[in-house]
Design a protein. Sequence first.
Length: 243
Amino acid sequence: MRISGSGEGLPVVQKLAEAYTRERGDARIEFAAGVNTGGAIRGVAQGTLDLAVSARPLSPEEAREALVSRPFARDAVVFAVRLPNPVLGLSTSQVRAIYGGIATNWQQIGGPAEPIIVLNRNEGDSGHGVLMKIMNGQPVRARTVVLNKSKDMVAALESTPYALGYAAAGLLRIYQARNVRVLALDSVMPSADSIARGTYPWHLTYALISRRDASPAVARFVDFAAGPAALPVLKEYGYAAGR
């Protein structure tokens, strides 16, 4: 089967596929790179892909394509800095001040006297959508370094002193990000537990999108990814189960 989709969600599906193929030696799973969520969903509808990984609900148009969306995991969108930045957490008002261009130096929020290098993702990215919800209608006016891919954001966080960026927490673990500190937001540390309890609201829900007439092999993998057998993999990388 062929799978593609969300840059945030695809790495954990690759980990799930590794576990699945260890369990079922006859399974053959191929990942197609360079296809965004919308393109992957179109590929499933047209039959060129078997599964799309999505971090957003189906659009009304996509929902008319005889597609099925199966949530399998939730992942926190976190703000992070490069060590040894001593800042441990931010409030949502501080995030708005930084991305709104009001706070431009870490000293303004209790950190060192260093300019804030503001990292951002391109519009249309799932994490960027979460940022805009946090901004609550306030535009991003800060001068930002825009990263096009999830891996690029992780690399920038690892290598840029006094940068602030955001990423899906699971990716930081899967990519083994070094010298990166995840920040508390409004005094709540993002985790699978805080997502499950509802105390950390800023997260993505990942789903596998398939055709209603998907093959038995595709249906078996979806059942695995969304079922209890996948929980050890999700737990290892800090994901909460899907709902």
